[in-house]
Ligand binder design. Structure first.
Ligand code: ZN
Length: 61
């Protein structure tokens, strides 16, 4: 599983849209800072779903 940054504590499992034409959606464990701060992780255009690791609930689709 990919993690946003090794020293961070991921709080969400984020599924991103993959490369067009490919049936693969990369999943990343992302902390809240990266999700809201860095465009590469927080780009809503690229996000398929966000699942909280704590409550295991779907936050958005
Ligand atoms: Zn992070």
């Amino acid at each position: 599983m990919n993690i946003c940054e090794e020293r961070h504590t991921p709080k969400y499992k984020v599924t991103y849209k993959g490369v067009k034409g490919r049936n693969y959606n990369p999943e990343w464990l992302v902390c809240s800072t990266c999700l809201s701060g860095k465009t590469c992780f927080g780009d809503k255009e690229q996000i398929l779903s966000i699942i909280s690791l704590m409550e295991n609930e779907v936050i958005s689709r």
